[in-house]
Design a protein around this ligand. Structure first.
Ligand code: GUN
Length: 284
């Protein structure tokens, strides 16, 4: 049977509509949430992501301020900008698009962002809070994954959840969130033995390796929910994920497409975090 398609575009539209309603109310109280997006250098994928984030801000009514800096920007210059944005009370959220040019230490930059404005949830204080289950921002892609599973009507509690990829942006935080939802979680990576065997145990399989065809149909338990975080291009230059979509969708119970799956959810959760940040900083 053909898997149900989990429509990230439709679910993210709902989330953005909810955020827009919150923004409308805040504006009535004289508060306009504002996001500063910093793009350093000319990574073409980053440019697309930043444009999509600006567009989402416009849709939701969040004011956005994009700062473009050249490829040769020094770490000191970027730290100076972050300091200014930290001080600027009209800015509630700060997002520095990654990756950064090689002369800049990403960890140092993330550490410089005021944790209250860290809408990406990359600052160690917010990451720590995520690990201890406290309140705070949730990282956008992992939170988007949970939201799309939940809003599609799939239970996480008690389910075997397998994640492929152990990155700080997706693999590790999504493991924390799935655990918080009472899933039983396994994280796999490039050194995992018998990856297909482990994946076949999954009721929920999340793939975030950044490699095409990481997940093939023989790795899927019948009826599993498959979440594809990948964003790659095939030989013809067409966007594709980490999952062999055509074959896997014959076995899985539900699957996220690429494009139109996790990507739009990430941006919708960013909008939600911007609203939360503005609320917390203004008590609006
Ligand atoms: N680069 C790839 N994904 C992300 C993200 O979610 N946030 C930022 N700031 N940079 C990224």
């Amino acid at each position: 049977m053909q898997a149900k398609i989990i429509d990230g575009k439709a679910i993210s539209a709902q989330l953005k509509a909810e955020a827009a309603e919150d923004v409308k109310q805040m504006k009535e109280n004289g508060i306009t949430p504002r996001l500063a997006v910093v793009l350093v250098g000319d990574n073409s994928a980053s440019k697309v992501y930043v444009r999509n984030k600006q567009r989402a801000c416009e849709e939701v009514g969040i004011a956005s301020k994009t700062v473009l800096m050249g490829e040769e920007t020094t770490e000191a210059e970027l730290l100076q900008l972050i300091d200014e944005l930290n001080q600027d009370q009209s800015v509630h959220g700060i997002l520095v698009q990654l990756p950064l040019p090689k002369q800049i230490d990403e960890a140092k930059i993330i550490l410089a962002i005021d944790p209250k404005k860290d809408v990406d949830c990359f600052h160690p204080l917010n990451v720590g809070s995520l690990f201890t289950g406290g309140e705070g921002f949730l990282p956008c892609t992992p939170a988007g994954i949970i939201e799309m599973i939940r809003r599609s009507g799939y239970e996480i509690a008690g389910k075997r959840c397998v994640i492929i990829g152990r990155s700080n942006i997706v693999g590790k935080p999504v493991a924390m969130l799935l655990m918080k939802e009472n899933g039983t979680v396994t994280i796999c990576h490039s050194k995992t033995k018998d990856l297909p065997g482990v994946c076949r145990e999954a009721d929920i399989l999340v793939c975030a390796t950044g490699k095409r065809n990481t997940v093939t149909a023989d790795m899927i338990k019948e009826g599993a929910v498959v979440i594809d975080v990948g964003m790659n291009r095939d030989e013809a230059g067409k966007l594709c994920g980490d999952v062999d979509y055509a074959a896997v969708s014959q076995v899985a119970g539900a699957i996220t497409p690429v494009p139109g799956g996790v990507g739009p959810m990430t941006i919708a959760m960013l909008m939600k975090n911007c609203v939360t940040a503005a609320r917390q900083q203004t008590q609006a």
